[in-house]
Design a protein around this ligand. Structure first.
Ligand SMILES: [Zn+2]
Length: 278
């Protein structure tokens, strides 16, 4: 396995706060700084949510705009991916930043349970978010919390609701959703191959201590990796992760172990079929 591996850094999320780990970047300036360090460590995609001053989740397009501008200035070529996830806003608010034309945006195509609530992604909202992504030339990253979400992505592609081959991310280890299960992971991979083609790229994210497990599995099997404080604030059982950059460095070491060079932003753009950097 020698083809380049993309490392995505999910810098903030909508759940962890500085009380969980002081390294979680929550202001826009902290987010830019943390992204820059992660970029230097090898991340070519940054996945972002934004927060209010009191660290609660926000969907304010102005904050997204400032973040995008800072990342474009300090991390040339890096792929910017905004979250349209349901913890940061309600209804069409979730896509309020899409007119900013980030390179990518996350797209959840079905509903499931989360630790304390239902993660609601009703079909009409999913369809609207997908159509906005076509309007603004944004590549969706399909968040597969369940097997049915891979089938839904394939059906949306078939129907022209997703423009290019869907890029699917397997999310495993969210409490009350799909656990980290090797047989399911292998079936997910086989399903992506069968429905979307042998060359369809895919990635995987594990929550908490499973972050490193999914990094290992993805690196070994030709997938792409996601790391960052959004999914995991700990380094190990006893220690907090020092930074997003440290987690990216660890993911890069896992790539090296599996003979996967870390993709540059330009290589990542080619693999994902994205436009060249602005
Ligand atoms: Zn996220």
């Amino acid at each position: 396995m020698t083809h380049p591996a993309i490392i995505c850094v999910a810098i903030t999320g909508s759940v962890p706060t500085k009380a969980d780990n002081p390294a979680v970047p929550t202001s826009v300036s902290e987010q830019i700084e943390s992204t820059h360090a992660a970029f230097e460590a090898g991340a070519s995609i940054m996945h972002a949510h934004v927060r209010n001053e009191d660290e609660t989740p926000s969907s304010d397009p102005d904050r997204f705009a400032r973040l995008k501008e800072g990342v474009e200035t300090h991390c040339p070529g890096m792929i910017i991916q905004f979250s349209t996830g349901g913890r940061s806003g309600a209804g069409t608010e979730r896509g309020g930043m899409l007119p900013l034309r980030p390179d990518m945006a996350s797209l959840s195509v079905g509903s499931n349970n989360f630790p304390t609530r239902v993660y609601e992604n009703p079909p009409d909202l999913v369809k609207w978010l997908a159509s906005e992504m076509i309007t603004y030339d944004i590549k969706p990253e399909i968040e597969a919390f369940d097997l049915s979400h891979i089938f839904r992505a394939a059906a949306m592609f078939e129907a022209g609701e997703i423009k290019n081959t869907p890029y699917v991310q397997f999310v495993m280890g969210v409490k009350n959703a799909m656990p980290v299960d090797r047989a399911v992971f292998d079936f997910y991979r086989a399903t992506v191959k069968r429905l979307l083609g042998d060359d369809a790229p895919w990635c995987a994210a594990g929550i908490g201590a499973n972050q490193i497990v999914l990094n290992e599995w993805a690196a070994a099997e030709g997938g792409h990796l996601r790391t960052g404080l959004e999914d995991n604030v700990r380094w190990d059982k006893h220690t907090l992760a020092p930074s997003n950059a440290a987690l990216v460095t660890r993911a890069a070491e896992i790539c090296a172990k599996h003979n996967r060079p870390v993709a540059t932003p330009a290589q990542a753009r080619t693999i994902l079929g994205l436009r060249a950097a602005a």
